[in-house]
Ligand binder design. Structure first.
Ligand code: GAF
Length: 384
């Protein structure tokens, strides 16, 4: 992965006359288990070979000077005035600063350059990568001794408070804890996790990017979360032990939530997605990628029809590979309303597939199709 470390060093020296600590934090994929994390369910993510880079060094005063290479923009402030800005990107960094201050960590001023090669808005969670890179870099710089799990929690809270997305823990966890060539089987209730080696001889994970960045995504995301909570509250009246959808069954749903069809649909999707993931994991463990792939298609149909966080471009891309022998499984990935589909594709067939899809996608949707053939890599770490 080409992160232009030399260029970052040169730029840092030019802007701030010092040599920085450099931390990288990857984007993530998720093989199956979508919108289950905030319902205390299961997910199967991994960190990828596209990462955010944070270069950082202390200052002698209480200023925070930020520069984003991607946008050629800077944002400066002082530590006694850490607030949201109208600019998008500083929020993820300042959200971390805010969390550290709230937890009483003694920050001093610092200079920070943000770079990297995670595609923005493509659904591979560049935001979690920025948050994880920032908290890790600040922890290194000031020697706070924060554990990786606490850094994940700080990063998640930063997203809640500064970006306003009431996300689950999957993205930050995957970015921080990723391991090369392994997916993480994570229980989002207990936070117990296991690394699963993924053997896919002759296959590659290909992300097909719709190039759609839906402005409704964060609002609708929070609405879905509330709908799940509503379903839990309805079931709790009869079954007090139901603390989240993790504890619910379809029988309980039938009994308690039938009167509200929309809430019913949403909860049904989540309950079944957890079951689907567990079956899919068994296939993965047995090396049965064909049946694993089938579960991915099933997951897509359910998230599209019942949870309704897909969009026509994502549905189109999944539909176009259903009958293609080169594609074993496909589904929309991440929060939804745009971003990427994740596809398991026979390696030798990738160029022809991309060529075919690019043409018909442009014709049908009027948009260019981007694609990323990805590899699974280590999570957040220091490179300098
Ligand atoms: C987004 C969120 F940030 C995650 O927590 C997760 O809920 C995901 O959407 C859907 O599975 O990426």
């Amino acid at each position: 992965m080409d992160l232009h470390i030399e260029e970052v060093n040169r730029l840092f020296k030019e802007r701030y006359q010092s040599k920085p600590i450099i931390v990288v934090s990857p984007g993530r994929i998720n093989l199956i288990g979508e919108h289950t994390d905030y319902n205390e369910g299961f997910v199967l993510p991994a960190a990828i070979d596209k990462a955010i880079l944070v270069a950082i060094q202390k200052r002698d005063d209480n200023k925070v000077c930020l520069y984003a290479m991607e946008y050629g923009e800077e944002h400066n402030l002082t530590l006694d005035k850490v607030e949201k800005t109208t600019m998008h990107w500083p929020g993820y960094i300042l959200g971390i600063v805010d969390q550290l201050q709230k937890r009483g960590f003694p920050l001093q001023g610092f200079n920070l350059i943000l770079g990297g090669n995670v595609p923005i808005g493509a659904g591979v969670s560049s935001s979690a990568a920025v948050e994880c890179a920032t908290v890790f870099a600040l922890n290194e710089l000031f020697g706070f001794g924060i554990s990786k799990l606490d850094m994940v929690k700080i990063a998640q809270k930063a997203e809640h408070d500064f970006a306003g997305v009431m996300c689950g823990i999957m993205d930050q966890f995957a970015s921080m804890f990723g391991q090369e060539n392994k997916v993480i089987s994570l229980d989002c209730r207990s936070l117990e996790y296991e690394y699963f080696p993924i053997e896919m001889t002759g296959l590659k994970i290909v992300l097909l990017d719709t190039n759609v960045k839906h402005s409704l995504a964060s609002t609708e995301y929070n609405v879905r979360r509330q709908q799940c909570e509503r379903g839990v509250a309805m079931m709790q009246q009869k079954y007090p032990a139901v603390k989240s959808l993790r504890d619910a069954t379809i029988e309980m749903l039938d009994e308690c939530v039938k009167t509200e069809p929309l809430i019913y649909k949403r909860c049904k999707y989540v309950i079944e997605e957890n079951i689907r993931l567990q079956k899919a994991c068994k296939y993965l463990a047995a090396g049965d990628i064909k049946n694993f792939g089938k579960k991915m298609f099933e997951a897509h149909d359910a998230i599209s029809k019942e949870y309704e966080v897909s969009c026509k471009e994502l549905d189109y891309l999944v539909d176009q590979v259903r009958e293609d022998d080169a594609v074993l499984g496909a589904r929309m990935m991440g929060g939804g309303f745009g971003g990427c589909t994740i596809n398991l594709v026979k390696e030798e067939a990738i160029p022809a597939l991309v060529k075919r899809l690019s043409g018909i996608y442009k014709e049908a949707m009027g948009l260019d199709l981007k694609h990323y053939v990805i590899a699974i890599k280590d999570g957040t770490h220091r490179v300098q």
